[in-house]
Write a protein that binds this ligand. Structure first.
Ligand code: PMV
Length: 318
């Protein structure tokens, strides 16, 4: 028997992977082929409120707009809520607001499903442990398993078939001068979502066979860089990992190229700046936008080089 209150709300941050999650070993439970590691984007993320619905049916709002229940995202939200509600007849309103600047071109599914999990945990007074919350969030969207925590987080792939050991673990490292710069190339809907992109890569890219070992090696390098606070090792590993993931995408059939000409231009600018002695690196997800990694002392210079750069400081104390 579930107890529930009037309403509950929660916030979860978005996150950027420095070692990417690419490929599922179980599509239903969202179990990954490899472990991944990310940094959370502090105050940028999703606020989700849950309250009983007076209309007799579920209602899903995104940024103040009511979504038709047959819409893909609304459907996903309702079936996720069913994991908690089970067979109870309890129509709910799920109201999500993302404060991620829409212009930044960041995916919101990670923070969205993490905030939804946290809000459901409160609404039903479940008092679940963080690792269990992370397991639930993972079932909504893989990367959401990392958004249950702030700061650096490793999503350990786990080994169990039930997925209960596949969840995020916080890495207690504080890195106050680390900056993430969002380079907006395009904010349009991506052509191929990450779920089908992963599937296509696994099914058709022979090169994907080399990915699990690349990711495992990068994960180790990232842990070492975090322990020694070695910015250049962190940045270089993250960039190499992102390029390796994109190499497997490009080697798929039909080819999966998320880059736009402007993405490549921004990459070349990053490489030129490095040649000129500025330690700046990038990472990219299943889309055309770059996320720069740099130290605070180079912020002004990089803002001048990349117009419209949106800068996030994950460890800023305000
Ligand atoms: O969580 P999903 O299913 O949206 O997949 C995320 C995949 C990448 O963003 C490309 C990598 C990652 O680890 O976030």
């Amino acid at each position: 028997h579930l107890v529930f209150g009037e309403q509950a709300e929660a916030f979860a941050p978005s996150n950027i992977a420095l070692c990417k999650y690419w490929g599922k070993r179980d599509k239903v439970l969202n179990l990954p082929v490899n472990s991944s590691l990310s940094v959370s984007l502090a105050h940028l993320g999703s606020h989700t409120q849950i309250r009983p619905s007076s209309s007799g049916k579920d209602e899903v709002f995104l940024n103040g707009k009511s979504l038709p229940l047959e819409q893909a995202f609304a459907k996903k939200v309702v079936s996720f809520v069913d994991l908690f509600r089970r067979d109870q007849v309890l129509p709910l309103v799920v109201d999500t607001r993302n404060n991620i600047p829409t212009a930044a071109g960041l995916a919101s599914s990670a923070s969205g499903f993490a905030a939804l999990t946290l809000a459901l945990n409160r609404f039903f007074s479940l008092d679940l442990e963080d690792t269990v919350l992370s397991v639930f969030a993972r079932m909504g969207s893989g990367s959401a398993s990392r958004s249950i925590y702030s700061g650096f987080v490793e999503w350990q792939m786990g080994q169990q078939a039930d997925g209960m050991d596949s969840h995020g673990i916080p890495i207690p490292v504080f890195w106050p001068d680390l900056c993430i710069g969002l380079v907006k190339v395009s904010t349009g809907q991506k052509a191929v979502d990450s779920r089908s992109g992963m599937q296509r890569t696994i099914d058709t890219a022979h090169l994907y066979g080399s990915w699990p070992a690349q990711a495992a090696g990068d994960l180790e390098k990232l842990h070492a860089a975090l322990q020694s606070q070695d910015f250049e090792a962190l940045g270089a590993t993250a960039e190499h990992n992102a390029m390796s993931m994109h190499a497997t995408m490009i080697a798929s059939w039909p080819p999966l190229v998320y880059w736009k000409p402007e993405s490549l231009m921004a990459m070349q600018k990053v490489w030129q700046l490095r040649e000129a002695g500025i330690p700046v690196y990038f990472t990219m997800d299943a889309g055309p936008n770059l996320k720069l990694l740099f130290q605070q002392k180079h912020q002004a210079l990089l803002e001048a080089e990349f117009s419209g750069l949106e800068v996030v400081t994950p460890f800023a104390v305000d």
